[in-house]
Design a protein around this ligand. Sequence first.
Ligand code: TYM
Length: 335
Amino acid sequence: MSEEKKILYSGMQATNALTLGNYLGALKNWVNLNEEYDCFFGVMDLHSLTVRQNPTEFRQNARKLYALYVAAGLNPEVNCVYYQSHVPAHAQLAWILDCFTYMGELNRMTQFKDKSQKHSDNINAGLYTYPVLMAADILLYQTDVVPVGKDQMQHLEITRDIAERFNNIYGNVFKIPEGYIGKSGAKIMSLQDPTKKMSKSDENVNATILLVDDKDTIIRKFKKAVTDSDANIKYDVENKPGVSNLIDIYRCVSKKSIEDIEKEFEGKGYGDFKLAVGEAVANELAPIQEEYNRLLKDKVYIEKCIKENDEKAAYFANKTLRKAMKKVGLTEMIR
Ligand code: TYM
């Protein structure tokens, strides 16, 4: 880690296959930013436990997520790409921060409200304190910037509140992090209901593009995307949410502006437009998929990277943890 670069931290839950929303809202930005910062990217497997997991599939999903990070362009020899659960400091700091977080604050979290509706048979305490673990993730690394999609900004705000509260009592223990939202792709919507965010847990398979979908599947799903009846390719989120979502997606993968896209498809029908978006997305994902499949077979390399990066993450995390423990008055271990 270099002295002068700022610290970037982010991660994804190791649940199910990643969607185009995860990619355009987060992963693609990470790849764009990773030269500018010293970066930590976590496979957030502890967070995934808030929803019941099949242990075998869960373990595979975590490994797949790791491989996908690397395949998308996060070089694990430069960036610290590691497993959250392999660094016990996350759970330890989360407990301390739990004691500095109010129930009133957690009650306001929209993700908690949504998830407890979706999983009404399993509203567990982990789901409730989820944002505190996320705060611990971020604060352990003295993070400057956290690139996330829009849905995570509320969690970032509570992270800042907790850090400021702690610092006000104990001095400057934590760096106060800033959120970073990409210029486009911050909220990719469902292809079947463009008023809802594209989500890995959507039961309608046509609503979601998975990063591992093949070209035919991607094009088929885009062809079925819900739009409207006026056959006009114009960006208007309020009145034309389906078309606007497709323009947003196309914008992310083509780097063209909204105006250029509207011009490109002037006088053309939705069929042509959907095909162009589908092809552009499939072309962007193809090399990532190829590298991902290759990496999954290279167990030796992946495991070496995980081991080295787990140790590197633990080194930085433990420094902050020790400081926080000392400040609150916990007795230091005798070495
Ligand atoms: P997760 O796993 O739900 O999502 C990972 C990232 O993908 C973004 N995202 C989207 N962006 C645009 N459009 C969408 N439809 C879309 N769906 C998901 C999310 O905003 C996120 O950036 N709590 C986090 C994981 C986490 C974390 C952290 C992130 C745990 N600790 C510390 C940053 C820092 C989460 O559930 O992400």
